[in-house]
Design a binder for this molecule. Structure first.
Ligand SMILES: [Zn+2]
Length: 106
């Protein structure tokens, strides 16, 4: 049986160290991804200001989330842009103020 040369032995050692490092990096990446997904699932539909569950609304064809606890509103830029024409935004704000007032007295 031939004894591997010192250089071949070093190359083999480097190869397995590299493979170990890649495997460890992949495990860390997968764990980080799993943690991120779990955090996203935990916060999905929750208010970024107070953490309460947000109410899904549609006003003038614009989808939004409304927090009945602190009255924060969340919507995407496209819907906000659509609301900004022809007093639609003012109407949407009025609807949300009515909802906030109604929720306060309930
Ligand atoms: Zn809130």
């Amino acid at each position: 049986m031939n004894k591997p040369s010192l250089k071949a032995s070093m190359l083999e050692k480097e190869y397995f160290l590299k493979k170990d490092r890649e495997l460890i990096d992949k495990i860390k990446h997968d764990e980080e991804e799993k943690k991120t997904q779990a955090e996203r699932a935990l916060h999905f539909g929750k208010c970024s200001h107070c953490g309460a569950k947000m109410l899904s609304l549609e006003i003038d064809a614009a989808a939004m989330l409304f927090c009945e606890s602190c009255h924060a509103v969340q919507m995407n830029l496209h819907d906000l842009d659509n609301l900004s024409v022809k007093h639609k935004l003012k109407h949407a704000i009025s609807e949300l103020l009515i909802k906030a007032k109604y929720n306060k007295s309930a």
